[in-house]
Design a protein around this ligand. Structure first.
Ligand code: CMP
Length: 135
């Protein structure tokens, strides 16, 4: 019944020293760490990861931001891990994200919303293969 999700602590979260806070929250929830790596993305990996947003007005800025410094890539596992992490993260727009969520408590701007979590089993499989091909 275990499901896996790709979680990113984005460059803003790493730069602000929020790695411990994010990992602490997801571990406290009961999600288990399967893989973790601090790395700076190439434009190619960033564009592949965000392929569904290609053509949107914020795409160039998104790629620039996500490649702008080291991020922490994680694979987490647990029952309904995808939905569970998205609930912890809160809405994409941090101003609309509920207090108590990572974005609701810690972020203010949609472009700098600290974390990413896979949004479906298909995305999770694609994203985990992109970030951790040996998993
Ligand atoms: P994420 O869950 O990583 O998936 C796509 C990202 O695009 C999203 O988080 C936001 O950080 C970013 N994003 C979505 N809408 C906008 C926007 N209007 N301006 C800038 N970034 C955006």
């Amino acid at each position: 019944t275990a499901e896996r999700s790709l979680v990113l602590v984005k460059p803003d979260g790493v730069a602000r020293g929020l790695v411990g806070e994010v990992v602490s929250r997801l571990e406290a929830k009961g999600l288990r760490l399967v893989a973790a790596e601090l790395r700076t993305l190439t434009a190619e990996v960033a564009e592949t990861h965000y392929a569904e947003h290609q053509g949107k007005p914020f795409f160039a800025g998104l790629v620039e931001f996500i490649t702008g410094g080291p991020l922490l890539a994680l694979v987490v596992e647990g029952p309904r891990a995808i939905e569970a992490f998205r609930a912890l993260a809160g809405a994409t727009d941090p101003v609309k994200a509920a207090p108590g969520t990572i974005r609701g408590d810690l972020a203010l701007e949609v472009g700098e919303n600290i974390v990413h979590g896979s949004d479906s089993p298909e995305s999770a499989a694609r994203e985990i293969a992109l970030f951790f091909p040996n998993l």
